[in-house]
Design a protein around this ligand. Structure first.
Ligand SMILES: CC(=O)SCCNC(=O)CCNC(=O)[C@H](O)C(C)(C)COP(=O)(O)OP(=O)(O)OC[C@H]1O[C@@H](n2cnc3c(N)ncnc32)[C@H](O)[C@@H]1OP(=O)(O)O
Ligand SMILES: CC(C)C(=O)C(=O)O
Length: 557
């Protein structure tokens, strides 16, 4: 029995704002970032973090570059209290980092909060109460004045305790919790009242944090609320407007971005988006979005794998393989046309040019990923992907005509196996099909001489013994080709030829790729040798060997 019925819901009532300006704004610099991993992230976990996990997470946040870190709700749990004490007593907080703690606007909780902060060098005391209509009416059962009174008394209490500890550099933060569900004029009224208590100045600002505690509308509506609030709130030059968005509609990052365009200075969020319900907005995504636009995000995600590893081990939550920027598969292309485009663009990309690679919004190497994982080959892949993998892994720069020949062979295997084909398997198929210069005939000693024309005399060993072949031509390859033509009584024409030095493995080796037409059919041969002439003639021999095998099989049939 489903109760699925959209008529029981009401649409969001947007704030009436005239001449909004945020749609024309651009994000041009990083916000003040504040991590709430150790508080909002932590309060949403099945198993909240242990002190040891919080320590490891805190170190990561500092290393990434956060200067404001909400470390817990010390009045709520002994564990959070102890963690704050450890940070202070063990001098774990760098001089330029503010630790932030959250408390309800209740005197006994505020008092306990200050106890936890004794001796801190710098701290943000974050006090909140809900201002939304729903909570006013159903949770607090108070009118607007009663709610404003909780905020004002909380703000006063915060200020009074701070005055007793002038050795700490205090910053006050107030959140009208459930801001998105609050009439914006009322949110302004409550925040103005708090500002009246704190009396911030441009030199000593306070933080007003506007949370989308629950995301209830499209991000443009949130941006309207922020622009409206910024226009109306008093002493705008003395407050830092902070945003704290959640992801209930899947738009936490978008809301924060549009909110910044609408005037916000500071952004709260978590690494990889852990948090209540569908999570807080993901700082990694928002920072990397800036990075991909050429803006310094002032957070460093060069070691993304460490971020993932610490977040996963502390939260016990997996990171989705398609998570923006961080997921295991986000830089991987399986489909043929994407692989082809990526391979071509990467070949053009140099360090002195702006990044311009199809399907890759950022260079995976920037966050510690390699190009190896960019292209993975399965049954959806094409020749570009196979060629890319062989070049990346083994330095084999297959000519296009050979890519065309190898691709269906790999495709067949991936269809049979049903999954990803590793580079080692592609190399095996490549060797089995084209590097066929050792059987049934293998090159032994050979002698080249040049008079009017080039001549070659070569020994070919076979399971039944050694034979000698002799030929002439314009160049060693042509002479060897005519020697084989004469001996095997076939017509051999070289259709394609390419060679290059091998850059992976031994740097003194060369590889030759040959396509030959033998009695009207095309064969592809490849050989590697220290000497390029030797590699070339072995590549021709590889094609003739394939023809010999094909003829023997035809005779048997
Ligand atoms: C959106 C957010 O994420 S806000 C942060 C939420 N995080 C947490 O709550 C995690 C930590 N909290 C806790 O462990 C507990 O809530 C504690 C220990 C802080 C307090 O516990 P309790 O004293 O049992 O109170 P409880 O949290 O149930 O709060 C309910 C009471 O506080 C009042 N209250 C709730 N929030 C606030 C607030 N921000 N300011 C003032 N009063 C508040 C409620 O109206 C209610 O009052 P009532 O008892 O008179 O009906
Ligand atoms: C305390 C506030 C900022 C909060 O966590 C929320 O509203 O989500």
């Amino acid at each position: 029995m489903s109760s699925f019925d959209h008529t029981k819901y009401r649409p969001f009532e947007p704030v009436a704002i005239a001449n909004r300006t945020w749609p024309d704004q651009e994000i041009t610099k990083a916000p003040i970032w504040a991590s709430v991993d150790l508080r909002d992230g932590n309060q949403a976990l099945v198993e909240p973090m242990t002190v040891e996990q919080k320590k490891e997470f805190f170190k990561l946040l500092v290393d990434v570059g956060f200067k404001e870190i909400e470390v817990g709700f010390p009045a709520a749990s002994q564990l959070d209290f102890d963690f704050v004490r450890w940070l202070i007593e063990e001098d774990q907080v760098p001089n330029d980092v503010y630790i932030q703690v959250l408390t309800q606007a209740r005197p006994e909780l505020i008092e306990r909060t200050y106890e936890s902060l004794k001796g801190a060098k710098k701290a943000v005391v974050h006090v909140y109460n809900s201002t939304s209509k729903t909570q006013r009416e159903q949770v607090f059962r108070l009118g607007k004045d009663g709610i404003k009174d909780i905020a004002v008394r909380g703000a006063q209490c915060v200020k009074d305790h701070a005055a007793k500890h002038p050795e700490t550099e205090w910053v006050f933060q107030y959140s009208p919790e459930s801001f998105t569900g609050t009439e914006t004029d009322f949110a302004v009224e409550v925040c103005d009242a708090v500002i009246d208590v704190w009396q911030p100045t441009p030199e000593k600002k306070c933080i007003i944090n506007l949370p989308a505690t629950v995301e209830v509308a499209t991000p443009n509506r949130f941006a309207d609320q922020i622009e409206y609030f910024c226009r109306k709130v008093k002493n705008r030059d003395s407050i830092i407007i902070s945003l704290h968005t959640h992801n209930d509609r899947g738009c936490g990052v978008a809301a924060a971005e549009l909110g910044m365009m609408a005037g916000a200075d500071r952004i709260e969020g978590t690494l990889l988006g852990n948090g209540e319900r569908t999570g807080n907005m993901c700082v990694v995504t928002m920072a990397m979005n800036m990075y991909s636009q050429g803006i310094d995000p002032e957070l460093n995600f060069a070691d993304m794998d460490r971020v993932i590893s610490v977040v996963q081990s502390c939260t016990q939550l997996p990171v989705h393989p398609r998570h923006a920027y961080a997921g295991e598969l986000v830089f991987t292309a399986f489909s043929g046309s994407h692989q082809d485009a990526i391979k071509k663009c990467l070949a053009n990309q140099t360090d002195d040019k702006p990044w311009d690679v199809a399907y890759l919004p950022i260079d995976p190497r920037d966050i510690g990923r390699s190009y190896q994982e960019v292209i993975r080959v399965n049954s959806q892949s094409g020749k570009g992907g196979v060629a890319f993998a062989l070049e990346q892994e083994y330095g084999l720069a297959l000519p296009r005509w050979l890519q065309v020949e190898l691709s269906p062979i790999v495709q067949k295997l991936s269809e049979e196996d049903g999954g990803v084909i590793e580079a080692a398997d592609m190399k095996r198929l490549f060797e089995e099909n084209f590097m066929t210069s050792s059987a049934p005939y293998a090159l032994g000693n050979y002698e080249l001489s040049k008079k009017d024309r080039d001549t070659v005399t070569a020994e070919l060993s076979h399971k039944d013994g050694v034979i000698s072949v002799h030929g002439e031509g314009n160049g060693a390859l042509s002479a060897f080709t005519s020697a084989l033509s004469a001996h095997f009584n076939v017509r051999v024409d070289i259709v394609q030829y390419q060679e290059h030095a091998l850059t992976v493995g031994s740097d003194s080796q060369a590889i030759a790729y040959i396509q030959a037409n033998i009695d009207g059919e095309r064969y592809n041969g490849v050989a590697i040798d220290n000497d390029i002439v030797s590699a070339s003639i072995q590549a021709v021999l590889a094609t003739v060997n394939q023809k010999v095998i094909a003829s023997e099989q035809a005779n048997v049939a």
